[in-house]
Design a protein around this ligand. Structure first.
Ligand code: F6P
Length: 525
């Protein structure tokens, strides 16, 4: 389809927006007893409910027409077949290969990548079992009790979030720690709590050049030596996950202690690769495989379900509606599950680093607004903090509510309370309320959109499906907005300037001069 036809589909969508401008979501519900059934779908063990967004059948048809017109299905095929769809970096985008079934094959540039994927996964899982069983020993002969993942961004957020989400499934006698920040308080806080002889450090970095990770890894190694380990003992306490074998070797980690991955795995899509090593140690190979299988189920659903039944497509189209037609600049992610408290941070990177772009694939200004600000936190806590803004603020912020039907704890009554709050908030946002006593400050405007994603339990399989759902949503939005979702040049400038300032070659701004003089005074104290 031509660009003109895609723009015609956008124009048709804008007309739907104008038609529904005065509509209320609660009235759409009142007018249609089957609204929930019409606007909810199940796939890969998840329920997606978009019925509390201000759309109707005609608007959804226009959204689906945009997806068709933008050749979303063809683009999806290109990703799954290993084409170099990351055009700005000339790379394939193949995180789906990391969770492909054992009988699958995927040839990229004449090479089947799946045997490599399987071989590394087998090494990851075998190593995880060695650590879990106590066969892998520290320098005094004791088994490992603490695993410290040193990494940042995609080399941190995925495994950190998933470890918290799946905490009931982790080994009891192993503690997982995550250090990301170059602020020494982060690493120091962990080192204070672990014994060197029982600690394994995983240096996780796709590039193995990231300043924060390299600084933390060097300090951790120096600390290990200070705690009595010899240079030869370092191999018992340090392993690496990276695509950069040379830099790993230069750091002093040998090839047998390095778990590779490939340039076609983006950092924010890398949880499924060896970057998930800490998680594999916590979960064991069975649990890690279950996570992959849940993602694989969602991959299958995304590939095969018709657009109108397809969860990632519908989630993406809902965002198109809220962002581009209704003009909402932010979206809140509110899991009603304490274990998913880190999901908003994970999705921030996934969505904002992928689609926070102002130029289209052709290098020209993007024609439509792209990724909204993604933020949020666990419910019910948010109700006592930022929900005031969601209900009565001047900006409308669509919300994603996420929850499991059944908990994994035995505390009676809590889950009913939790879920009652989730349902109440979606209703309150949608319905609003007139002031009960004429005081205008007590009125709720309502008509505020929300989306719900529910699953039976928060298992490794369901978490895998949930994360794959959002990954594919991000892909769909990249296609619909026409932006390069798989690069992240926007992080470069700040990194370069920090480098120059460290070398003393940066141009000091007023603030730096003030800081330097104060820091000199502090040094004298
Ligand atoms: O600075 C952004 C970024 O490049 C992310 O895209 C990436 O996930 C993170 O840094 C960490 O990179 P690496 O794994 O190479 O250390």
């Amino acid at each position: 389809m031509s660009d003109e036809m895609v723009e015609a589909a956008w124009a048709a969508l804008a007309r739907q927006g104008a038609r529904l401008k005065a509509a209320r979501i609660d009235s759409l519900f009142a007018a249609d007893a089957r609204r929930f059934a019409r606007f909810s779908r199940e796939g890969a063990g998840l329920l997606l409910d978009i019925s509390k967004n201000r759309i109707d059948e005609e608007a959804l048809a226009a959204l689906l027409a945009l997806a068709k017109g933008a050749m979303l299905e063809e683009a999806r095929g290109r990703m799954f077949s290993g084409e170099r769809i990351n055009v700005t970096e000339h790379r394939a985008v193949l995180h789906v290969a990391l969770r492909a079934g054992n009988d699958a094959g995927l040839v990229v540039d004449g090479h089947d990548v799946l045997p490599d994927v399987r071989a590394v996964k087998a090494r990851v899982e075998a190593f995880a079992e060695q650590v879990r069983s106590g066969a892998w020993r520290g320098f005094t002969g004791k088994p490992i009790r603490h695993v410290v993942n040193i990494g940042i961004g995609g080399s941190d957020l995925g495994p950190r979030m998933a470890a918290a989400a799946l905490s009931p499934h982790l080994a009891d006698d192993l503690a997982l720690h995550y250090v990301a920040n170059v602020d020494g308080a982060d690493l120091a806080g962990v080192l204070d709590r672990v014994a060197a002889e029982e600690t394994l450090f995983i240096v996780a970095s796709k590039t193995f050049t990231t300043q924060e990770t390299m600084a933390n890894a060097a300090s951790a190694r120096a600390w290990l030596r200070d705690q009595g380990a010899e240079e030869a003992d370092v191999a018992k306490h340090f392993v690496a996950v990276s695509t950069n074998a040379q830099a790993v070797a230069a750091f002093g980690i040998s090839a047998e202690n390095m778990f590779p991955f490939w340039d076609w795995v983006g950092g924010r899509f890398s949880l499924w690769s060896a970057i998930g090593l800490s998680l594999a140690i916590g979960l064991g190979s069975e649990g890690f495989e279950a996570l992959l299988s849940g993602a694989r189920e969602m991959d299958g659903h995304f590939l095969e379900a018709p657009l109108a039944e397809n969860l990632p497509v519908l989630l993406a189209l809902t965002e198109i509606w809220n962002r581009n037609i209704e003009g909402h600049r932010a979206r809140a992610v509110v899991p009603y599950d304490e274990r998913l408290a880190l999901l908003p941070a994970y999705l921030q990177q996934l969505e904002m680093e992928s689609n926070g772009k102002r130029l289209g694939l052709d290098g020209e200004e993007a024609l439509h607004a792209t990724a909204p600000v993604v933020w949020g936190g666990a419910g019910t806590n948010g109700q006592h903090a930022y929900f005031q803004h969601l209900h009565q603020g001047t900006d409308v912020v669509p919300v994603d509510f996420i929850a499991a039907i059944a908990p994994d704890h035995g505390l009676a009554g809590h889950h009913r309370l939790l879920m009652a709050n989730l349902f109440a908030q979606g209703e309150a946002l949608m319905r609003g309320r007139a002031s009960p006593d004429g005081n205008p400050h007590r009125a709720f405007p309502g008509n505020r959109p929300s989306t719900a994603i529910l699953m039976d339990r928060l298992t490794p399989e369901r978490l895998g499906a949930l994360l794959a759902l959002y990954e594919h949503k991000v892909f769909c939005l990249g296609v619909l907005w026409g932006v390069p979702s798989f690069d992240q040049w926007g992080v470069e400038l700040g990194k370069e300037l920090a480098g120059s300032l460290l070398k003393g070659t940066g141009v000091p701004s007023g603030l730096l001069g003030w800081y330097n003089s104060r820091a000199r005074q502090e040094d004298k104290l």
